[in-house]
Design a protein around this ligand. Structure first.
Ligand code: SF4
Length: 284
């Protein structure tokens, strides 16, 4: 018999819950809308939205519906004007923590700071922060290699922002490098509470001596799910899966206790399906 132990904190965050709720309420009105990019990075949620009539679009120019939904990741501020210019109504589900970074970055830039965004330049949240900024007013740093090639001392002051779902430890060396090169560097504490709680709980789960193997459930495009997997796999054999269909019996051959956690965009129902499938495997 395999025991399944869930992390003390995992899965849906408040931002994703609100985005999902707003989208469902809109769908219930029967009006047409397209979501710009995945509403959250979870294929199951995206399929569900499409079932409700909310198509996923890749560009504002492709939208023929009357309303565009901006996802929890947020968009560049100019997209609101572009949507209005195209005659589209906007359903904005941007997470409040993402808006906090937009506002803090705008204020820091107005105060003369050079902006640094830690994260992946292709991540939609990071695109939202940087797309409208003048070239030369910011850098996006993916790690210490990026940090080493910039003359940070040339800027009067620097403000560092983290994309909300990063694992801060991965960027510590890069931020320290910038701070050493420019003492007028200040960090903004922008990793969101849900990410921190999920990461701490995942670390505790993987460090639990009873747990033999860890399953991390989430979408394949979900950065926060990937970071959870990075944390657990440093401590225990860990597998990143989208759902029960990805489970392999050989992972549990010698396991007595399986740890289970999930990214911020993973519905609770998917976590429960995985738990049941693991237990059925043990019986089978
Ligand atoms: S992970 Fe954090 S920032 Fe992202 S939607 Fe959830 S609460 Fe908001």
């Amino acid at each position: 018999m395999i025991r399944v132990k869930r992390a003390a904190k995992y899965g849906f965050c408040s931002g994703v819950r609100v985005a999902s709720l707003k989208s469902r309420k809109f769908a219930a009105t029967g009006r047409s809308a397209a979501i710009l990019g995945q509403v959250v990075h979870n294929e199951r949620v995206v399929e569900e939205m499409e079932g409700l009539g909310l198509r996923t679009a890749t560009s504002l120019d492709d939208i023929t519906e009357s309303t565009v939904v901006f996802s929890a990741h947020g968009v560049p501020p100019s997209y609101h004007r572009r949507a209005r210019d195209r005659g589209l109504e906007v359903l904005d589900t941007t997470c409040k923590f993402v808006y906090d970074i937009h506002h803090e970055a705008r204020d820091a830039a107005a105060g003369g700071a050079h902006l640094v965004f830690m994260g992946d330049p292709a991540h939609r949240e990071v695109v939202g922060y940087t797309h409208d900024l003048p070239a030369g007013s910011y850098h996006i740093v993916r790690g210490v290699e990026d940090a080493r090639v910039v003359e940070w001392g040339a800027y009067p002051s620097i403000r560092v922002f983290y994309q909300t779902t990063l694992n801060a430890e991965d960027f510590e060396e890069a931020v320290r490098w910038i701070e050493a090169a420019n003492p007028s560097t200040r960090r903004a504490d922008t990793i969101c509470y849900a990410t921190k709680e999920n990461q701490e709980a995942a670390r505790a789960l993987a460090g639990d001596p009873e747990v033999d193997v860890v399953l991390v459930v989430g979408g394949k495009l979900s950065a926060n799910t990937l970071h959870l997997w990075e944390i657990t796999s440093a401590l225990k054999p860990s597998h990143l899966i989208q759902g029960a269909e990805d489970l392999r019996p050989e992972w549990f051959a010698d396991a007595r206790c399986v740890g289970l956690t999930a990214g911020a965009s993973t519905p609770d129902a998917v976590v429960t399906e995985v738990e049941q499938a693991v237990q059925e495997m043990a019986v089978g």
